[in-house]
Design a protein around this ligand. Structure first.
Ligand SMILES: C[S@@+](CC[C@H](N)C(=O)[O-])C[C@H]1O[C@@H](n2cnc3c(N)ncnc32)[C@H](O)[C@@H]1O
Length: 284
């Protein structure tokens, strides 16, 4: 009977309700992204295909992905991709899923680079390479060193750097913070781990159980990595160069920047929700 056919529209409706019962706060979006992935089409194309039946093979693949989403796996890992700064990035469970709030960090660096002909930038803890690639795409003469402690993350970053054609200007380095990097840099930018150890258990399950712990947790205070980064960055910054860092607890982060000789703290920038989000310092 016609009303038993699983059309795109009916499948999306049913799945949205089911994912909502499993606690997804973006159930409709999740359902659409997963179905578009299975059908190999842009999400927008689903809207003109509501009455089209979904065949058994596609439904079976979709069911499997929806089940995994219902169990908490982030959609970005299920489809292997996430947009950041309107650029598609490959993501795997080896890297943090790039967050929209981190786009503010890119905007800030672009702003600082407006007057620089050939900015020299370091992106510390590059993960998927999201920040480094977005900057390279928007600053056609910039040269960028992108580091990460995780070889698996750097492999993902490499594939994104290649995919977006910026290999010649983005150098990937495996190591702790800026170890082995050669300055001077006009900008050191980072979205480092900043979750306190005692906060970790309270993170949403999809983050806590699926994203890499080493990308999230800093230590008992949440500012351990930021404090070490500030100390490592100061001697590598050009005079007047900037350290720009996404943070959780902003007061503590600002204090750890202020504690480093040669760095002068600059005003903290809030995110769109009004929370202090980007701390900054400038080399005197
Ligand atoms: C919060 S994630 C940010 C990833 C990416 N930059 C983004 O914004 O989506 C932090 C990254 O820093 C890396 N990391 C953690 N400790 C590090 C260290 N001591 N030196 C270099 N990278 C580190 C992690 O492996 C992870 O990829």
């Amino acid at each position: 009977m016609a009303d038993e056919v699983w059309t795109v529209g009916r499948l999306l409706g049913w799945t949205t309700e089911w994912l909502a019962t499993k606690g997804s706060e973006s159930a409709r979006l999740d359902a659409e992204v997963l179905l578009a992935h299975v059908r190999g089409c842009p999400r927008i194309a689903l809207y003109t295909a509501f009455e089209e039946p979904v065949d058994d093979a596609q439904r079976s693949r979709f069911r499997d992905l929806v089940k995994r989403r219902g169990a908490g796996e982030p959609v970005a890992y299920l489809v292997g991709s996430r947009e950041f700064f309107s650029i598609p990035f490959r993501v795997t469970p080896a890297v943090l899923v790039p967050r929209p709030e981190t786009e503010g960090l890119v905007v800030r660096v672009l702003d600082l680079c407006r007057h620089l002909e050939r900015a020299r930038i370091a992106d510390v803890g590059t993960g998927s390479g999201a920040i480094a690639v977005a900057l390279a795409k928007h600053l056609p003469h910039a040269v960028i060193t992108a580091t990460d402690l995780s070889a698996e993350a750097l492999a993902v970053a490499r594939s994104n750097v290649e995919r977006h054609g910026v290999v010649e200007r983005v150098t990937l380095m495996e190591g702790d913070l800026l170890a082995g990097a050669t300055g001077p840099f006009d900008i050191v930018v980072s979205n480092p781990p900043y979750v306190r150890e005692d906060e970790f258990a309270g993170l949403p399950a999809d983050v806590r159980l699926h994203e890499p712990r080493g990308a999230l947790v800093s230590g008992p205070t949440g500012v351990e990595v930021i404090a070490r980064l500030a100390a490592a960055a100061a001697p590598l910054l050009a005079p007047g160069g900037w350290l720009v860092v996404e943070v959780g607890p902003a007061d503590e982060a600002r204090d750890s920047l202020a504690a480093v000789a040669g760095l002068e703290v600059r005003p903290t920038i809030p995110d769109l929700a009004g929370r202090p989000r980007i701390v900054q310092a400038q080399r005197g």
